[in-house]
Design a binder for this molecule. Structure first.
Ligand code: KIV
Length: 289
């Protein structure tokens, strides 16, 4: 492969694209059983989705963090179902232009699954018809009932426990969850109930490393994906803009700026994928509680 000359300088050859099998639920289970870590990143548009796909990411999350990252909202609470649908369609179009190997998860936003199981199914239908392979919803307590209803109707579900940003006002801020024996017991009870209801993926956000490691061992068919939850989970997720260092505020302790060492977006994402797969990220001495 040769370099390309442009009026702006010379573009080095892109790293070769390894041929990968499309990620599916059976493939995720295979990775889990083989001890291969699952890599997840958020994506909100076609170009970043295509680059992440080419860089070897397994799962793209069209997160409701799009409210803060793309729309400038103060939290995810104001994100609408129509906004998640729009960004899901964009991401899916980007994947169609790339290898299209990534599994796509779309967030059910605040208020789109809270009224009834039927409302949750209507909202999930919008996102699945936009091209998502799985929907994500937050919280424990009443949600296993909704998860079971969706899974029985053919909608794969990712649950989300620990710091659940849609309920930031009820939680009193963005803080670590499951630190006391009592809150850890509630989190464990919820995680088991969600897995029993059929959730095949579970994001654990800002949870002590020891708790997420033990939950991972207890839930062999529900793949734990950590963010600020230590290295013992089945996979990791970061907000794309955070790991590229595009963040005007203070960087959370669990984030690492992969752009500073890689020099290109694709290089940064490839470094993230390698670091997660090899177990170098996260480092529990730096990124966990
Ligand atoms: O919306 C989002 O980006 C998320 C991740 C932080 C897991 O839910």
């Amino acid at each position: 492969m040769s370099t390309t000359s442009t009026p702006y300088g010379t573009i080095p050859p892109a790293s070769p694209m390894p041929q990968r099998r499309p990620v599916s639920l059976p493939r995720l289970q295979q990775m889990r059983e083989a001890g291969e870590k699952i890599t997840m990143l958020t994506a909100y548009d076609a170009t970043f989705a295509a680059v992440a796909d080419a860089a070897g990411v397994d799962v793209l999350l069209v997160g409701d963090s799009l409210g803060m990252v793309c729309q400038g909202l103060p939290s995810t609470v104001g994100v609408t179902l129509d906004a998640v649908r729009y960004h899901t369609e964009s991401v899916v179009r980007g994947l169609q232009r790339a290898q299209g190997t990534c599994w796509v998860v779309a967030d059910l936003p605040f208020g789109s699954y809270h009224e009834s199981r039927e409302q949750a199914l209507r909202s999930a239908t919008v996102l699945m018809q936009a091209g998502a392979h799985m929907v994500k919803l937050e919280g424990g307590g009443w949600t296993p009932d909704v998860v079971r209803f969706l899974v029985e109707r053919g909608v794969p579900v990712c649950a989300h426990l620990g710091l659940t940003p849609q309920t930031v006002h009820a939680l009193g801020g963005y803080r670590v969850q499951g630190r006391t024996d009592e809150s850890a017991a509630i989190l464990r009870r919820d995680a088991h109930a969600l897995a029993d209801a059929g959730a095949t993926m579970l994001v654990l956000e800002m949870v002590p490393a020891a708790l997420s490691r033990s939950l991972t061992g207890e839930l062999p068919g529900c793949h734990t994906i950590g963010i600020g939850a230590g290295s013992g989970t089945a996979g990791q997720v970061l907000v794309m803009h955070d790991m590229l260092g595009i963040n005007l505020g203070k960087m959370a302790r669990f984030v690492h700026d992969f752009m500073s060492e890689a020099g290109s977006v694709r290089g940064a994402i490839e470094t993230y994928v390698k670091a997660v797969k090899s177990g170098r990220f996260p480092d529990d001495t730096k990124h966990a509680w």
